[in-house]
Ligand binder design. Structure first.
Ligand SMILES: [Zn+2]
Length: 362
């Protein structure tokens, strides 16, 4: 969205203001009508997951270089390690078309009715050959469920201080464009819901996935309510140079950056972010593709480095008493799920999250 040049005249600018107001009021109406912000009983912990997150059918998981069932594996590790009771997990609702229209134009949602388009967005060419009903049911529906989880996470974070969606973080998707395995703009949706339903006006996105978060950057390009800290490798996808201009604090970490250098840069970046902006909500995009060995991220951060990174971000929010939403985002090596589970266990051990007592009888 660019500013209207003054030469376009008064009438053009006033009609544009009216249509902008119409868009805003329709958006508000849709958000207020949504069922995604439901009340969660206190017996549950703000860790959000549904078995419907996982994508596994017709050998899809073998076609894709990604571990498309990492979300379920994270939860299974937490339960098997005795730190989480399965019945304490919060299951979200699937985002409906009306929910998605809060950010996406109808034309974009219609474009997903082409299996070819979806195959390009998720980078699995054979999906182009499948009937769209199957693509909707087996690929897009799990993503919509994860979107529902990201949106609900902001409500839970406000109530409990933190929330983790064991999925989501589709930071390459903007209102009108999908790409890089991201079909829906869950971060932008989450923030718009928070503006209206939580009555807040300052949100900080801390995007520590290895890739640049061009989706939310394009969506909030001219929105002063959102401060974006993005630490990313500039030598990999998506090379969105225009979106880089919308990052408030850009920290570039080149291929091969190792744990100590990464964490030092993060410490400095958080210190600057804390001075520059006073958010009412932090959305933390915690991609694990910064892990050493990740073929896409090309960074060399150790599993212990990921654990330390997550702890630093949680402490940043806790020290300032700001509700924090964490999304797992990219990082689909087989080892990623174990590292994420270990990190959540560390957060629990440091009392930065409370996963309840698995043996409690509620
Ligand atoms: Zn990534």
């Amino acid at each position: 969205m660019s500013a209207i040049p003054s030469s376009t005249g008064v009438s053009a600018s006033s009609s544009s203001t009216t249509s902008k107001n119409d868009v805003e009021s329709l958006r508000r109406e849709r958000i207020l009508k949504s069922k995604l912000y439901f009340d969660v009983p206190h017996s549950k912990v703000p860790l959000i997951y549904s078995p419907s997150y996982d994508i596994a059918f017709l050998g899809f998981e073998k076609l894709h270089p990604f571990d498309s069932s990492k979300w379920g594996r994270i939860c299974r590790f937490l339960v098997a390690d005795g730190v989480l009771d399965k019945k304490h997990i919060v299951e979200p609702l699937e985002a409906t078309k009306d929910d998605l229209l809060v950010v996406h134009p109808e034309s974009y949602l219609n474009s997903l009715k082409s299996s070819l388009n979806v195959s390009i967005i998720i980078e699995v060419p054979p999906v182009a050959l499948l009937p769209n009903c199957l693509v909707q049911q087996k690929v897009l529906s799990p993503f919509r469920m994860q979107v529902g989880g990201t949106i609900l996470a902001s409500k839970l974070a406000k109530e409990r201080g933190w929330a983790i969606n064991v999925g989501g973080g589709f930071h390459h998707c903007s209102a009108g464009n999908g790409g890089g395995f991201c079909a829906y703009a869950d971060i932008s949706l989450c923030i718009h819901f928070a503006f209206v339903r939580l009555n807040i006006s300052r949100v900080m996105i801390i995007d520590l996935d290895a890739h640049q978060g061009n989706g939310h950057e394009n969506d909030f390009s001219d929105d002063r309510r959102v401060y974006i800290l993005d630490m990313y490798n500039p030598g990999i996808y998506p090379f969105d140079y225009e979106a880089r201009r919308y990052i408030d604090q850009k920290v570039e970490v080149t291929s091969g950056t190792a744990t100590n250098e990464y964490l030092t840069k993060l410490d400095q970046a958080l210190e600057v972010a804390g001075r520059m902006f006073n958010p009412e909500l932090v959305v933390y995009n915690a991609g694990t593709d910064i892990l050493d060995g990740d073929p896409l991220g090309r960074l060399k951060v150790s599993p212990e480095g990921i654990i330390s990174r997550d702890e630093k971000v949680f402490r940043f929010a806790r020290d300032k008493n700001i509700p924090l939403v964490m999304l797992t985002s990219g990082g689909y090596m087989k080892s990623s799920a174990r590292v994420i589970a270990d990190s959540i266990i560390n957060l629990s051990g440091k009392s930065l999250v409370d996963l309840g007592s698995p043996s409690e009888n509620i």
